[in-house]
Design a protein around this ligand. Sequence first.
Ligand code: ZN
Length: 455
Amino acid sequence: MIELARSVLTFSLAGALSVLWSGAFAAPASPSDRESAPVITALRASRMISGGVVTHNQVVIVIGNRIAAVGPAADVVIPPGAKVIDFGSDTLLPGLIDTHTHLFLQGEDPAAGGYDVQLLKYPLSFRAARAVVAARRALEQGFTTLRDVETEGAGYGDVGIKMAIEGGFIPGPRLFVSTVSISTTGGYNLEGYAPEIVVPKGSQLIDGPIEARRAAREQLSHGADWIKVYMTHRSWLDAEGNLVSQPTLTVEELKAIVDETHGWRRKVACHAYNGLGLQRALDGGCDTIEHGLELSDANIAQMLKQGTWYVPTLAVYYYDWSPEDTDGGRKDRKEVALHGQSFAKALKAGVKIAFGTDVGGFPWSDSIAQEFGREVQFGMTPLQAIDTATTRAAELLGMQGQIGVISKGAYADLIAVRGDPSADVERLKQVRFVMKDGKVFSDSEHPVESGEGAR
Ligand SMILES: [Zn+2]
């Protein structure tokens, strides 16, 4: 009990003083900052998964917004007055992390105007309102942290959404935001309009290392936690049926961005499909390769040497295929064939792989957890797949030990799912309980009716 009393003191202080991110934008004081006595919750789990290990009959003590103790039920003392939640045969896991999302996209239906209508016709307030819903949807599905990789023409809207979440004004995951992103002239949508018409772009377009560095500085100074760069743009099949993608930034342009961003102790995420653009992404020092549809053996060797992360986003490429006998349809099928092979090769070689979905590229009403099934399809065990969205994703974000793990001192981001996801990853689609930062967001067995935590 002495140990516990010390924990209470330590964690209430930590809760009051901790600042999650060192961004320039401090959110207004949240209601929780004014609380005095920290809430104590004890979670009983007959099965728990954390750090790639399955354990049984565990108890987790949450004080304030941190995990104060975790261990076998026989060894952990539940403090008097604690609220006890017993998960029965369900499984307790760390809150999940998606490292590739777009809160400001909604899986645009081509028949409803597709991507372009978002930038051409919708007020930013409308897009922000939908991003608020998307953030809530992520949390409902057990994703307590997102790396959101650009707003697609909605400027610095992600910085505002993050402030509103951190301030306790709206529910949502912890956010790492990338703001506007960077590509080159001819390297991003909107496209296909008369050359005389100036249309908005879904990315900040630069030409030359000076403009590249300036764009990175602008975005970092306005609150970007990561810089997102598009290293390839259009793609097609050549006469031999090979996937070809148009490269965008030169190595010199990318190096200016990476140098600037690393100077701020932040990192660079690079969209790259294959070929020349992917090679430049690696030569220029990207920290994470997004999508990586076709990784050559040399690419994989270079990623291993440089410690580059791979965020494959498999599931999104199974959406909206064109008919089989069209150019687009052939490309759709070629892409997933190459992608599956690349994933399997990277896994076997030991490339660091983190969970990412590109949700927003498909509707937020669809399951984010569908990606786990694709990871298993291409060679991961269920526990490896769970690791990509917990310990591995936390490592990518530089948050190891803080999130993605159930251990003493970590943030109390916890979920429970039906049954045993180490036997069947599809269980991760059935989230019954979500706690973020020590507060119960949803509990299907014991619905939150009102008061703190009610939304
Ligand atoms: Zn994306």
